[in-house]
Design a protein around this ligand. Structure first.
Ligand code: PAF
Length: 299
């Protein structure tokens, strides 16, 4: 059954709905999105519902200009509010907050913003300077506007999720952050709003990212070197322009010099397929000890 969710376009409409929910003692879950909702988002909405039961599930739909760099896809980023509302309706979302840029940033670009620290300068942050400052700033604003008990983000944007957890801990924002598992196509490609940019050949090539991660996962028991070698082999077989392939500890820090068997780790990849930049990641459990933090970039 699908009910049309309420839509709040302004912060005062949002506040009224939230006040009602709080007065009724309902818990509040927030799922921040940039719209163009797909099955990956739908699973975040279900996670939010599981977390708050008959509480209020709020979804924000806002393409945040602050997190796009010059020459990135801000203008062509898909804006599909009518379809997004249908997805939200099907998933039993109570309220969609869909503000304009002026509503979110009434005084233009904020003078005070959230600095991501060292973790914001590596991996995605290296290729996209300013990106995580934009992400953290809008997430902090959304958390301030909604003041949810729980906020749900996808593990697909693993560095973003890690930084949001760091911000919430460092700034004592008092919200539980839930990281929901990545949803994949049957062939392994991680769902992403940007997949719609891929032409059929690029779509075929894009599967290299998840295959590489899976190969690393399957071979992690033989150690880091073998895992990375197998991942690189998968990437070489497809027409993708590798940005990075890296294994870190689960918090995106360096692995210990000789990680003992059973060490948890994360493998992350970013590559350009045609003009589209895709990212993906998976957890690993390392077997036999080998080298340290390992990075494989294009050479
Ligand atoms: O992951 C996203 O869609 C965005 O980065 C987020 C968290 C909604 C902030 O704009």
């Amino acid at each position: 059954m699908s009910a049309v969710p309420d839509v709040a376009g302004t912060r005062s409409e949002l506040a009224t709905r939230l006040d009602d929910a709080r007065a009724a003692g309902r818990r509040i879950a927030l799922v921040p999105t940039m719209g163009a909702l797909h099955e990956g988002h739908a699973s975040l909405l279900r996670t939010a519902r599981e977390r708050v039961g008959d509480g209020l599930v709020v979804v924000s739909v806002f393409v945040n200009p602050l997190q796009f760099g010059a020459g990135e896809d801000l203008d062509r980023y898909p804006r599909t509010l009518a379809e997004d509302l249908e997805v939200c309706g099907r998933e039993g979302v109570d309220l969609v907050f869909a503000p304009t840029v002026e509503e979110m940033y009434p005084d233009g670009e904020p003078q005070v913003s959230v600095k991501p620290g060292p973790l914001g300068k590596v991996l995605e942050g290296k290729t996209r300077p300013g990106h995580f400052r934009g992400v953290l700033t809008v997430v902090a604003k959304l958390l301030g506007l909604v003041r949810p008990d729980v906020a749900v983000f996808g593990q697909k944007d693993y560095q973003q999720l890690t930084l949001i957890r760091r911000m919430v801990a460092d700034l004592d924002l008092g919200v539980e952050i839930v990281g929901a598992e990545t949803v994949r196509e049957p062939d392994g490609l991680a769902l992403s709003s940007r997949n719609r940019y891929l032409d059929p050949d690029e779509r075929n090539a894009a599967v290299a990212l998840s295959r590489a991660l899976r190969a690393a996962q399957d071979n992690a028991a033989y150690g880091l070197d073998v895992a990375l070698r197998e991942a690189r082999t998968e990437l070489r077989e497809h027409l993708v322009d590798l940005d990075y392939l890296v294994v870190t500890d689960p918090g995106l820090g360096e692995l210990p010099a000789c990680p003992p068997p059973g060490t948890p780790a994360r493998i992350l990849v970013a590559a350009r397929v045609g003009t589209t930049r895709l990212i993906d990641n998976l957890p690993l459990v390392l077997g036999r000890p080998t080298g340290t933090h390992a990075t494989e970039g294009e050479s």
